[in-house]
Design a protein around this ligand. Structure first.
Ligand code: AP5
Ligand code: MG
Ligand code: ZN
Length: 216
């Protein structure tokens, strides 16, 4: 199963990707997570990406294309993968096509998570993740069952992203409309696009996605 999750910042791509990982055992390839790891590690890529990410702007295509191309060659991608936050421009979408063609693979589906703009700042500014296992939470909408303790791994350490503030969300949303939203038409034209209602609660969205995946 080779999937793309498409949607604006805070749509729920990461949240749903984690659930697909658990159910289907295929890896989540989040360029955002990989870039944050590169920033943390202080690599050349990280140094290039840091300021752009903090400002809510996209990192250059050649940087993320190279990251994904390398990642797709890892053995755990052999049985499938979920692309989360990639591709994000038409150049990246064409590069994805070329990479898959090269490996003799085809995309299974592109799932667009549709949400109203008004909710995105709320979702993003309340978000935090487990510093140990990466499980995602929200201050009001998606709390761990025991306050301050990760449901998945029991850790009590959490972190927040530097770009998760109301100001940066505006720039991220602009980048989404300008650069990423054309991919909706791109994948529709290829007959790959499916949409789910990202305004519904998290379990409901998962149900809609599972209904799509069960027909692949
Ligand atoms: P990235 O990390 O991909 O961020 P993003 O696209 O802005 O998306 P988010 O991770 O913010 O949102 P999400 O859809 O994953 O939502 P989540 O599930 O966490 O990219 C960050 C930056 O890296 C970019 O700005 C760019 O600089 C760079 N970058 C990354 N990829 C790139 C690329 N390909 N090209 C160029 N640059 C790139 O959910 C959000 C919150 O809402 C959570 O708290 C969650 O609990 C809650 N929530 C989720 N679903 C629901 C629901 N149904 N109801 C209520 N609450 C919900
Ligand atoms: Mg995410
Ligand atoms: Zn955890």
């Amino acid at each position: 199963m080779r999937l793309i999750l498409l949607g604006p910042p805070g749509a729920g791509k990461g949240t749903q990707a984690q659930r697909i990982v658990e159910k289907y055992g295929i890896p989540q390839l989040s360029t955002g997570d990989m870039l944050r790891a590169a920033v943390q590690a202080g690599t050349e890529v990280g140094k290039r990406a840091d300021a752009l990410m903090k400002a809510g702007k996209l990192v250059p295509d050649e940087v993320v294309n190279a990251i994904i191309s390398e990642r797709l060659d890892q053995p755990d991608c052999a049985k499938g993968f979920i692309l989360d936050g990639f591709p994000r421009t038409l150049v990246q979408a064409d590069a994805t096509e070329a990479m898959l063609k090269d490996k003799g693979l085809e995309l299974s589906s592109v799932i667009q998570i549709v949400v109203d703009d008004g909710i995105l700042a709320h979702r993003v500014s309340g978000r935090y993740t487990c510093a140990n296992c990466g499980a995602g939470y929200h201050d009001t909408d998606n709390k761990p069952s025991v306050e301050g303790v990760c449901d998945r791994c029991g850790s009590t350490h959490f972190k927040r992203r530097p770009d998760d503030n109301a100001e940066t969300v505006v720039t991220r949303l602009q980048a989404y409309y300008k650069e990423t939203s054309p991919l909706i038409g791109y994948y529709y034209a290829k007959g790959k696009l499916k949409s789910v209602d990202g305004m519904a609660d998290i379990d409901h969205v998962t149900g809609e996605i599972e209904a799509i995946l069960s027909k692949l």
